[in-house]
Design a protein around this ligand. Structure first.
Ligand code: CA
Length: 228
């Protein structure tokens, strides 16, 4: 599992980050104080990315960053900054950190930064060209199979084709016509409703909560979007 240290003293922010990291396929290691963070680092030498809050009850995030960096030059470090005034400070002290995210941040923004840093520090094993990995999902285009968190999800060929189209276009709104043309082919004279029926079935298979879908979201009056 891809371990990420989450150092944040505010429990509500910490759990928000943790939930979103888990959802994106990471294994968050939590710490509420600077000392605790350094201890978690010693216990988990395989942590590849660390998120460090700056204002903490004991030692500040910059000091934690400096201490981690002193023994580990490879780890990716992202500072979580509270206010824009801290930006100068961050820039000045960026020596040890690789990136920073300003609060409040969206889960998508944070995950995108972590994904990018993870790739840069080489934490990701080489992804074979026949695999598409998006968050907890892995699509194998050779076997035409889908896994979520390592567990196989059985799909029909049509559902597989829809998933492939989504995972090839993360974050992009796809119209129902596009989906119909790509998956069923331009010669198919069916109704758009067949798209909705298949999406509904797909949601039951892949969503954590199919009544409140977060992976396949509806773009009202247009179609659907893959992204989280
Ligand atoms: Ca804080």
């Amino acid at each position: 599992m891809k371990k990420v240290l989450v150092l944040e003293d505010e429990a509500s922010i910490r759990s928000f980050v943790v939930i979103n990291l888990k959802r994106s396929g990471y294994d968050p290691i939590e710490a509420a104080t600077g000392e605790e963070a350094l201890e978690r680092m010693r216990e988990n030498p395989d942590i590849k990315v660390a998120l460090l809050d700056i204002m903490l009850p004991d030692i500040d995030g910059f000091e934690v960053c400096r201490q981690i960096r002193a023994t580990n030059s490879k780890i990716g470090i992202i500072m979580l900054t509270a206010r824009t005034q801290e930006m100068d400070k961050v820039t000045g002290l960026m020596t040890g950190a690789d990136d920073y995210v300003t609060k409040p941040f969206s889960p998508a923004e944070l995950t995108a930064r972590i994904d990018a840093l993870y790739r840069r520090v080489g934490g990701d094993e080489e992804v074979p060209s026949f695999e598409i990995v998006n968050g907890p999902f892995k699509l194998n285009t050779r076997n035409r199979t889908l896994e979520k968190n390592g567990e196989r999800i059985r799909l029909t060929q049509v559902e597989y084709s829809i998933m492939k189209m989504f995972m090839d276009n993360p974050g992009r709104a796809l119209s129902r016509e596009d989906i119909l043309n790509t998956v069923w082919g331009r010669d198919y004279f069916g109704e758009l409703k067949v798209v909705d029926v298949n999406i509904r079935r797909l949601r039951i298979k892949i969503e954590d909560d199919p009544t409140n879908p977060t992976y396949i979201t509806t773009v009202w009056g247009y179609g659907y979007k893959w992204g989280f």
